[in-house]
Design a protein around this ligand. Structure first.
Ligand code: NAD
Length: 298
């Protein structure tokens, strides 16, 4: 069934996601604060709305893809009064678990229904329509959103109640951040002891050290030709995004009193690395800072 969808936030991710909804036959009314972002979405068939409130008037579903929790909560305050009662709000942004739960609460209090549905797969996945969605909210809401999620992605997992999608996202990325640091430290140790990258890769990738950070996104050039290390660490998954996601994980770790020394340390290391690398380098480039700091010994 074709739906009328309001899409708020047409940036790097939102614009190609909205374009895939148009391609699937939905009527997509979009808004972004940046005129150039709105214009590029319009070129892909999105109908422009002069404000977010006007975009949601008459929509069956409202999708948002914004930078952080404060943007989502600000947006919800603006648009909840303008939407039809019972409208389904699906926030695909990566935000704090606490903010996601607050957004659900505000939507419900305003007579709406809601899901959090953050994604993995990056801009490449958004363009190709192969994103993975991790959703939190009710069964019925997930079932209603599923045809739209399928139009934008290759997989959608219903993770549980309000906020569960964000929880799944930060837990997965905490594993990824910590494992990338572990793999990078192992390569630098191997270098210092005279073991070649290829030899370590050949052993660890078929032994108990095997993980995605090693066998797909290998942080040194050579063993995995498609990994960002072979193109001077152009992303891929930008260092700034890993720093952001680990920061969200660290907030949740502290709020829950979880004794996660590696998760908290990984957040610190990526925050420092991202100050220099920003969005220009893949998160696997952290191997270079480990190597540089290793030669700083007296
Ligand atoms: P982006 O900065 O390119 O896009 C965000 C857009 O939201 C911008 O165009 C901005 O103008 C707009 N915006 C902000 N507040 C608004 C408001 N009140 N009304 C209308 N528009 C508003 O960011 P992005 O790379 O598209 O990422 C979006 C979200 O997706 C983030 O939460 C990010 O963590 C997550 N994410 C990004 C990637 C990636 O590879 N870029 C991967 C996975 C998840």
């Amino acid at each position: 069934m074709n739906r009328t969808v309001a899409f708020i936030g047409l940036g790097h991710m939102g614009a190609p996601m909205a374009a895939n909804l148009v391609r699937a036959g939905h009527r997509v009314v979009g808004h972004d604060l940046v005129p150039a972002a709105l214009e590029s979405a319009v070129a892909a068939g999105v109908l422009p709305a002069p404000s977010a409130a006007e975009a949601v008037t008459g929509a069956d579903l409202v999708l948002s893809m914004l930078p952080a929790g404060r943007h989502v909560l600000g947006l919800y305050d603006e648009i909840l009064p303008a939407a039809r009662p019972g409208t389904l709000f699906v926030d695909c942004s990566t935000i704090d678990v606490a903010d996601a739960r607050t957004a659900h609460g505000r939507a419900t209090a305003a007579g709406m229904r809601s899901l959090d549905a953050p994604v993995s797969g990056g801009v490449v996945g958004a363009e190709a329509g192969t994103l993975t969605f991790m959703a939190g909210g009710g069964e019925a809401e997930f079932a209603e959103a599923l045809p739209l999620l399928d139009a934008m992605g290759g997989k959608a997992v219903h993770c549980g109640d309000a906020g569960a999608g964000q929880v799944a996202k930060i837990c997965n990325n905490m594993i990824l951040g910590v494992s990338m640091i572990a793999v990078s430290e192992a390569f630098v140790l191997a270098e210092s002891l005279g073991l070649s990258h290829q030899a370590l890769y050949d052993v660890a990738s078929t032994a108990s050290g095997q993980c995605w950070a090693l066998s797909v996104n290998c942080p040194v050039p050579g063993p995995v030709p498609a990994s960002p290390a072979n193109r001077d660490y152009r992303p891929g998954f930008a260092a700034s995004l890993m720093a952001k996601d680990l920061g969200l994980a660290a907030n949740a770790l502290r709020a829950g009193g979880i004794h996660a020394e590696l998760g908290l340390r990984a957040a610190e290391l990526y925050e420092r690395y991202a100050e220099r690398a920003g969005s220009a380098e893949d998160f696997s480039g952290i191997v270079r800072t480990i190597r540089e700091r290793s030669t700083e010994r007296p």
